[in-house]
Design a protein. Structure first.
Length: 316
């Protein structure tokens, strides 16, 4: 990828981190057909892109074969209507390179690359990992930072060190520290496309430069998520604030360590998927389950009956 190709990447809007669906059997086997239906419904409801095999997609709980089966189904369902990005979250740099290359072969439009899993790398090791993976493919790359979950922090300074790699086009920030968008822009201008990665700082992220949102809870409420994002991007904050206030208790669930269980439970209650997750993730229990149930049930009860017009068109 050269500079001209990099400038042609126009990722914008809400990209749900799609959940993977399982059968309720002994192996908790991946239900590719049901996952395809989830993806089709998201596109029908107007999302701008898709993240496949991300954190919410339980990437590290899937085998390499399963990851590629899910990606292949997503590409087939999307049919080029929206960009499909494949998560790359592997234990070694070599495995991450293999995954990125296979994603390209199967027709992904980009890769969302995380630092190496498990090992808490030093900054120069993380930069080396990301550089090697990004240099191994012509796919445009979204660098994903989530230090709260993965314990490895990709700082603005580290991104500056990757600015010479043309395939690195985008940065997804999930630390919750929106100052990083400003620091990065001060350092390298508009070199990177900026994406919000933590649901409950969406408006704040847009205010300081985010043009996209990798969202967890938009799996359950895609139309509300895309509408909220577009209102914020258009500066229509008076219209956005009531929707943001309604959404916020749900968006906070995206910041929990058990966010996958919370998001899938919400999908289940709305008839958009199952609540099944793969061990070690187990269903919510006890007081946790009661609290999340209350939050979801109240949101469904108080769901806005109409939304501001933002030019939302289905891609289906």
């Amino acid at each position: 990828m050269n500079k001209s190709q990099r400038s042609s990447v126009t990722w914008r809007g809400v990209f749900p981190a799609v959940t993977v669906q399982y059968r309720d059997d002994t192996e908790m086997s991946v239900d590719v057909e049901a996952t395809g239906k989830v993806i089709s419904n998201l596109i029908r409801d107007g999302v701008s892109g898709l993240i496949i095999n991300g954190t919410v997609g339980e990437n590290t709980s899937l085998t390499r074969t399963e990851k590629m089966e899910v990606l292949e189904a997503a590409v087939a369902v999307a049919k080029g209507k929206v960009p499909v990005l494949c998560g790359v979250a592997e234990y070694t740099t070599a495995f991450a390179i293999e995954t990125a290359r296979e994603a390209a072969r199967l027709g992904a439009d980009g890769a969302m690359v995380m630092p190496g899993m498990v090992y808490s790398a030093k900054p120069h090791e993380t930069v080396h990992h990301l550089r090697r993976v990004a240099s191994s493919t012509d796919l445009p790359i979204m660098i994903y930072n989530n230090p709260l979950v993965y314990k490895t922090d990709v700082t603005p300074e580290m991104l500056v060190a990757l600015a010479d790699i043309e395939t690195v086009v985008c940065f997804k920030e999930s630390s919750g520290d929106t100052r990083r968008f400003v620091d990065l822009a001060n350092a390298v201008g508009d070199r990177f496309i900026l994406f919000a990665g933590l649901d409950d700082v969406l408006m704040e992220s847009v205010l300081v430069g985010a043009v996209g949102w990798v969202s967890g809870m938009s799996n359950a409420f895609p139309t509300e998520g895309e509408t909220l994002f577009r209102l914020c991007r258009a500066g229509r904050y008076e219209e956005a604030m009531p929707l943001y206030r309604w959404f916020m208790p749900l968006l906070h669930l995206d910041a929990r360590s058990d966010l996958v269980q919370c998001i899938k439970l919400c999908e289940y209650k709305l008839g958009r998927g199952t609540y099944l997750t793969r061990a070690p993730r187990l269903p919510l229990q006890g007081a946790d389950k009661e609290l999340v149930d209350r939050i979801i049930d109240k949101a469904i009860k108080d769901r806005p009956s109409s939304l501001p017009e933002v030019g939302l068109l289905s891609a289906a």
